[in-house]
Design a protein around this ligand. Structure first.
Ligand code: 13P
Length: 259
């Protein structure tokens, strides 16, 4: 059976321990058997990670939205080791909202290495700010991947989240069109193969983020070819997120056993 990966990026939408617990209990009420073949991860604000980890949910892996490669005198930053110490098992790296605050390619590389050193699975975000009629956005994505993944330890796990910046925070109608996603998905897979070699590249999940809602989830999966989603605003309320999980399950192709 194919596998799907759907990551809720709560950003600052789910913001208190009470909201987080309610969210988890609504998802938990569905039961662990509700979404076979769909892995569910939650990228939470740091303040909510310990409480979520303490729930030890069999359905959900808990992670951070960012980690810093710095240690020591860096007021307000949280290192990979600190996130891990309170229960994170993965982290988003290089989200465009952090790059927009000045996170450079060099910092993205260092943060990814810091995550790997702590055995946090990195969910590396790449994405262009605008689509170029001459296709320059492909080169842009290739550069982001090459810069972040140089010297990548091939024994480590990795997820790539393709998130075109122009499609983030809108609604399903403004998201990327499935045919365009298919083209970019193939390009990213090819680029990963060139950087990591085929055997490793084939183990990397490529997911899409940018205005994923129940309305467009099925076509982005089926035509776009991605393995799943990084979901922002539609993950803020459990019901809309659960709708997306249900679509992910429904579109799984189950191999028929030969009789
Ligand atoms: P939206 O789903 O709100 O567009 O956010 C996408 C995103 O940035 C997820 O990381």
């Amino acid at each position: 059976m194919q596998k799907r990966l759907v990551i809720a990026n709560w950003k600052m939408y789910v913001s208190t321990p009470k909201e987080a617990a309610q969210w988890m209990s609504q998802l938990g009420a569905k039961g662990t058997a509700a979404f076979p073949g769909v892995d569910v991860w939650v990228a939470a604000p740091y303040t909510l990670i310990p409480g979520l980890a303490a729930l030890k949910s069999p359905m959900v892996k808990v992670g951070a939205q960012a980690v810093s490669a710095n240690t020591g005198a860096h007021t307000g930053e949280v290192s990979a080791a600190m996130a891990k110490s309170v229960g994170a098992t993965f982290t988003i790296v290089g989200h465009s909202e952090r790059r927009a605050q000045g996170e450079s390619d060099a910092a993205v590389y260092a943060n990814l290495q810091a995550a790997l050193a702590q055995k946090l699975i990195p969910v590396l975000c790449v994405g262009e700010s605008e689509r170029d009629p001459n296709g320059a956005h492909f080169e842009y994505i290739e550069n982001q991947l090459t810069s972040a993944l140089r010297g990548f330890n091939k024994a480590s796990k990795l997820v790539i989240a393709y998130e075109p910046v122009w499609a983030i925070g809108k609604s399903a109608g403004d998201a990327m069109k499935p045919a365009d996603l298919q083209e970019m998905h193939i390009f990213i897979r090819k680029t990963l193969t060139a950087i990591l070699g085929r055997a490793v590249a084939d183990t990397v999940s490529i997911i899409y983020g940018g205005s994923v809602e129940a309305e467009n989830a099925a076509s982005l999966l089926e035509e776009g070819g991605v393995s799943g989603f990084l979901v922002g605003h539609a993950s803020a309320t459990p019901n809309t997120f659960i709708d997306i999980l249900s679509l992910c399950k429904k579109t799984l192709r189950v191999k028929k056993s030969k009789k």
